[in-house]
Design a protein around this ligand. Structure first.
Ligand code: ATP
Ligand code: MG
Length: 435
């Protein structure tokens, strides 16, 4: 089979466009999804044929023309010749020539069942929602890891779901009926943290009027979640290591060791490997807590999860407020899919909550989103316009130079009328006068 025959057999619609968005290839599956025949489609622009809900200003394909790269699982709907709208998932890769200029693109289209549940069963496990390959791999080993009683270290940026994963491990473990105790090691000064962890006995210090059990005792036969473990001071690192090695510790002011049976799950948004290398985190403790490691990818590396999470949060919040908000418009979704989410899933959750307060019913629209997202969109738009102008100017000057300033020849090569060129040059002169 040659390349074209393979493309014909694909279960995905494949459309190839040239640098001016004209369709140069349209496979059989693309015909089936869009209901346009290949004959009709070839030579026309993707905009004319697909008529996506946000063709035009917000066109995702045109955006990539500027920045290059790939767009993954973009949700959209194509309009068929009889005016029906078909929900699809689109992937788009820009093709650039040797000068790194946009010279076309490959669009692949998969259809999406219209009446699918907001979050398909297969993408949700223990309240963790994802269709990202790396997360699905973690979910696959989650039951086995949970039952094993091994110490687990969960690393990931803030808001990536570390606590959610930690709780899932506890719930799937043999300790599920035992206590779940969480302690944030970054939130307390060292001395307080020590007494929180190990407890104290009456009279250990002036204010210690009665015995106070530490988190280790409270978590006996259960799970202790040590959040922000990278913030632990060197002396507490030693003390923690000792408990993990011996299974016992001595509360402050006591002489009696206490034996405990506790499973440790730790989390951090720091790079512990680096901290070990630079001596800020003990390597022996690192190996103890890191029998299994879960590395959670940030949301910007899994844009395919954004639609799933948005719908999940819409459902959750609208159930709470009983508002008839059904979904999100493609335009608002497009804005979210372009944002890079420094605060990860938590930030997305806050954005959806905000949008639901602003949106009374129906679909979330761009103006329901927090203004910092919209400001960003405007800036991007302006930057793009500026860049397009710059590219245009430099192309014109290049061609003019090539033809020794002959405007007629230059206009011919540029494929524009000479009055258009003349007008553009006049505009350019005016712009230059501003400098
Ligand atoms: N994959 C997911 N599916 C559904 N909800 C998620 C997912 N990941 C995170 N969340 C939600 O996002 C919020 C933040 O998650 P979580 O608190 O677990 O993150 P974290 O990594 O512990 O953050 P931090 O570093 O700030 O403590 C929570 O409300 C959680 O329920
Ligand atoms: Mg957390």
């Amino acid at each position: 089979m040659n390349g074209e025959e393979i493309l014909e057999q694909l279960g995905e619609g494949v459309i190839i466009i040239d640098g001016r968005f004209r369709i140069v290839y349209f496979n059989r599956r693309a015909e089936e999804i869009t209901l346009h025949s290949r004959k009709e489609a070839l030579g026309r622009t993707c905009r004319e044929v697909l008529r996506l809900a946000n063709c035009g200003a917000g066109c995702p394909v045109a955006r990539l023309k500027e920045g290059g790269g790939t767009l993954v699982d973009y949700e959209a709907s194509v309009t068929t010749p009889d005016g029906q709208s078909v929900p699809v998932l689109i992937r788009f890769s820009a093709i650039t020539n040797q000068q790194e200029e946009f010279s076309g693109g490959i669009i692949t289209i998969r259809d999406m069942p219209t009446k699918r549940p907001p979050v398909a069963e297969e993408y949700s496990f223990q309240g963790i929602i994802s269709r990202n390959r790396r997360i699905l791999q973690l979910l696959e080993i989650l039951p086995e890891v949970s039952r094993s009683d091994a110490s687990v270290l969960i690393q990931g940026e803030s808001g990536t779901g570390k606590e959610l994963f930690a709780m899932a491990i506890h719930k799937l473990s043999l300790r599920q009926k035992g206590p779940w105790v969480a302690l944030n090691c970054g939130a307390l000064p060292e001395s307080l943290l020590e007494s929180e962890l190990f407890g104290y006995v009456r009279g250990a210090f002036t204010d210690a009027r009665r015995d106070k059990p530490g988190m280790f005792q409270l978590a006996h036969r259960g799970t202790l979640f040590l959040d922000e473990i990278g913030d632990l001071s060197p002396s507490l690192q030693v003390k923690l290591l000792r408990v993990l090695q011996d299974g016992e510790f001595i509360p402050l002011g006591s002489t009696e060791p206490v034996r405990v049976d506790v499973r440790i799950i730790s989390a951090t948004n720091r790079n512990l490997e680096d901290m070990v290398k630079t001596g800020r985190f003990r390597s022996d403790l690192y190996y103890r807590i890191n029998v299994v490691k879960f590395q959670l990818p940030p949301l910007r590396e899994r844009p395919e999860d954004i639609p799933l999470l948005v719908r999940h949060f819409i459902r959750r919040f609208s159930a709470k407020t009983s508002k008839p908000v059904q979904d999100i418009s493609p335009e608002a979704m497009a804005i979210l899919q372009r944002y890079d989410f420094p605060g990860n899933v938590r930030e997305l959750e806050n954005i959806v909550e905000h949008a639901l307060i602003m949106c009374k019913e129906g679909h979330i629209q761009p103006h329901h989103l927090p203004s910092y997202l919209l400001g960003l969109e405007k800036e991007l738009e302006q930057a793009k316009e500026m860049r397009m102008k710059e590219v245009e100017i430099s192309t014109i000057l290049q061609v003019l130079r090539k033809h020794g300033g002959n405007k007629i020849k230059a206009a011919r090569e540029l494929g524009i009328h000479r009055t258009t060129l003349w007008r553009k040059l006049r505009g350019l002169e005016q712009t230059l006068q501003h400098y």
